[in-house]
Ligand binder design. Structure first.
Ligand code: 3ON
Ligand code: FE
Length: 495
């Protein structure tokens, strides 16, 4: 018997749109160390650490909805695993804008994905401030928990209490308001020490990528180890990237940005992005300062057509570079007239996992599909980041083909493309799965657990599930004492 089975309407075997959209609610409470209720199984006692998770927590104010869930203010949930128990602390990030809007009970700022402030087009025209909602990812660097949003600087929070300390310039590294990606990558020790590799992009007719490496261990934890800037022609929308020991790999989508409707108050900035059907996407390969091509100029190689937000992983095979990415046929946008809670999945492109093999010497690539099943939020065992990992875990739609909401968690053996899945369908909806490495996971790659939040539409609430990462069997299902909308990214921090 499947978890979250539909009892009443046997015809609805996959999902029902109201069940899916019922997750779009406001997070009503902020809790301190409240224990989760176990409803099935038991929590493995070896798991010790915190699962941090970010995502939109405020989707409606004074009866008005955000235009797109990515415009919802960041709310951090921290699930602390300790000796077979899990306690939740959750907080909205006290951004300047959230604090003001909380007081006035209305939207005072425009959102990048199309949320307008009150007063119609005239009130929105020429207001080009970007509202930093700190909602995309959450990672720990030294004593700081960083809530990330890619078009501006991170907010720093206390990792224990989740109290917002304020905007961070990372010990003076970032200029005021400087863009800092929401997708850092963690180098597990390709060159002895562990590092966080990340970037910031400033865009325009010419774009610049700032590639940074921060120490994540020892005395100088959190300090900048290397820093380089590379400029290239054209507008760039770079949400994510991948690393190998020697390279930072970006996929520059063929996309254009026409800011006029944004300036005139008709669209949000991200609604002004459009795929260029005649453009050529490019891989940008930037040598890492810690690698053997340090100081050399970047390389640009043609890339497959399509639009990519997220990569799974990358690795080197002699001089060739392999990168696995989730491709969409087109930039999936929600137009000014669309209601995000009523979108027709059949009309939107689905994410397909593909592997590109790049030959930077001959300036060529080949590309193959790993699976045709709609997926998002894929990861490998963090010890294998940037190396040839054999296993990956990701969220997928329930059906094998076509677009649909994320309802299952899948493990792929990348050596033979064999897959196994755990499903919450028809009434459950999964979010990003996070791999928790066990003590044995350095030598046995798939040894550990997978955690994820599941929207349980039967009780209109959120569940936390723990699976065995090897065979995806259920270890535990717990009820989370708050309802959390479909979210974005999270991370695991070991004790
Ligand atoms: O010049 C500017 C460059 C830039 C970085 C233009 C701009 C203002 C649009 C911009 C800002 C970009 C931002 C703020 C992007 C934020 C992205 C975000 C919050 C999330 C992206 C998520 C992507 C995916 C694929 C999520 C999928 C989720 C599901 C399938 C489940 O719900
Ligand atoms: Fe992302």
């Amino acid at each position: 018997v499947s978890y979250l089975k539909r009892e009443t309407s046997p015809k609805q075997t996959i999902f029902n749109k109201e069940d899916w959209s019922s997750a779009y609610c406001n997070v009503e409470k902020e809790l301190d160390n409240v224990q989760l209720k176990l409803v099935k199984g038991s929590i493995p006692e070896q798991i010790s650490g915190t699962f941090y998770r970010n995502g939109p927590g405020r989707l409606e104010r004074g009866g008005r909805w955000v235009h797109h869930p990515f415009d919802g203010d960041g709310m951090i949930a921290a699930f602390k695993f300790d000796n077979g128990k899990i306690n939740l602390t959750n907080r909205f990030v006290r951004t300047k804008e959230w604090t003001e809007e909380e007081k006035s009970q209305k939207f005072l700022y425009r959102g990048v994905f199309g949320t307008q402030k009150e007063g119609g087009v005239l009130a929105n025209a020429f207001d080009v401030r970007l509202k930093n909602i700190a909602n995309t990812h959450v990672i720990k660097l030294g004593d700081d928990l960083l809530a990330l949003w890619e078009a501006s600087s991170p907010y720093s929070l206390n990792p224990n209490t989740l109290e917002t300390k304020g905007l961070s310039n990372l010990k003076g590294v970032l200029k005021k308001g400087e863009a800092f990606s929401a997708h850092p990558r963690f180098d597990p020790g390709h060159h002895q020490s562990q590092r966080m590799v990340t970037f910031g992009v400033s865009t325009g007719p010419k774009s610049t990528i700032r590639l940074m490496e921060f120490s994540t261990e020892g005395e100088n934890i959190g300090s900048l180890l290397s820093d380089r800037k590379d400029s290239f022609n054209g507008f760039a929308f770079l949400h994510d990237f991948a690393i190998t020991p020697n390279w930072a790999i970006f996929l520059q989508n063929a996309i254009s940005f026409n800011p006029l409707p944004f300036l005139l108050g008709q669209k949000g900035a991200a609604q002004c992005l459009a795929s260029k059907s005649d453009g050529t996407p490019k891989f940008l390969l930037i040598p890492r300062d810690s690698g053997k091509f340090a100081g050399q100029p970047p390389k640009s190689v043609n890339a497959p057509k399509g639009f990519v937000f997220h990569h799974l992983n990358a690795w080197e095979d002699n001089e060739k570079i392999n990168i696995e990415s989730i491709f969409y046929d087109d930039f999936p946008s929600i137009g000014p007239e669309d209601n995000f809670r009523e979108i027709d999945f059949d009309l939107l492109p689905e994410g397909i996992l593909k592997r590109s093999e790049i030959n930077p010497i001959e300036n060529t690539f080949t590309c193959s599909t790993i699976s045709n099943q709609c997926c998002e939020f894929a990861m490998v065992n963090p010890h294998f980041e940037g190396l040839k990992a054999r296993f990956s875990w990701m969220a997928t739609a329930e059906e094998k083909e076509g677009n649909g909401p994320l309802q299952a968690i899948k493990k792929i053996d990348l050596s033979n493309n064999k897959e196994i899945s755990w499903s919450a369908a028809p009434r459950g909806f999964v979010s990003e799965p996070i791999f928790i490495p066990s003590q044995e996971s350095k030598s046995e790659e798939d040894n550990g657990w997978v955690v994820a939040l599941v929207w349980n539409s039967i009780r209109s609430g959120t569940d936390l599930i723990i699976l065995d990462s090897k065979d995806l069997t259920e270890k535990a299902i717990l009820e989370v004492p708050i309802s959390i909308p479909h979210g974005l990214h999270g991370s695991w921090v070991e004790n």
